[in-house]
Design a protein around this ligand. Sequence first.
Ligand code: SF4
Length: 309
Amino acid sequence: MTLEEAYRLYPDLEWYDNHRMTVSQQCNRKGYWHLVGPAGIGLAIEVGAAAKFGSSFHNALRAYYQGLIDDPKAEHHDLLGLALTAFHEYHLKHVYPPYEERYGVEQGMRKLVRYLDHFQGEDALYRPIKAEAGSAALITPPTGAPFIYAWRLDLLVETRDGLAVKETKTAGNAGTRIQRLKMQRQVRGYVWGAQRVSDIPVTGALLDVVSTAKNVKPEDEFLRDRLFLNNRQLDEWYDETIELVRDWRDRKARYFSTGNLSVFPKQTEECMSYGRCVFWDLCYYGASETRLGEFTQDKWNPLNILEEN
Ligand code: SF4
């Protein structure tokens, strides 16, 4: 079903997406701050320049491939123009200085041109079907209430081996990132979801990573790999999703009945992953009113795409 249908048909059901699952799994306490919150409303996580640079890149690729879907005979340089405009607009609106030079608008536009030129020949082997495709599924676990799982794919492409979910990431080390992607729940969830809404078999993913490392060698700047996923792997993703939701619901229920924050243990190995965790002060010094006042409320709801999130 579409995101709008899920929102309209199941307004009272809990929803989960990859972000919600990942945050609560990475660190239960982070899940508490972000998804539950001391006043019953989660605290928003502001992302930094690196993530917003990545979003600028996504915006540009969406414009490029949507241009190709709209006109399969479109010229590469015309599509490049669409992509560059989209990158520029998004970057100007969302990436504020100060930021490292590698996340600058000019560096990003040059990298975008190199990326699209680099894969121009290979891209001709795939037919883009849908860009930024959002959908949702109703999951009914053996125990407990049903819930909605929502996802938004970068791109769905037709390959000679069936459909594939194309997922692009920006990262420091492209080689490490692509290996992580192969195992990550996000990609598996996207493939599981795409299978649910497609009449044609979805056989896996087309992964690519754009390195944003300083002084990266040309041969290490862009990596792409095809990932095939079988039914066993996707069934495993489904079963694990149900277990993770059950675990999260149990924690929340124990917290609401006891008020004991220890039901959300701190995963301290995560505190400095991707830079210092935004909730570090709350965990280290305590959640005073002043510190809590530095956060805004988290209003993200992937189903409610018609209203400002
Ligand atoms: S600071 Fe560490 S323990 Fe606290 S929420 Fe962040 S990752 Fe978890």
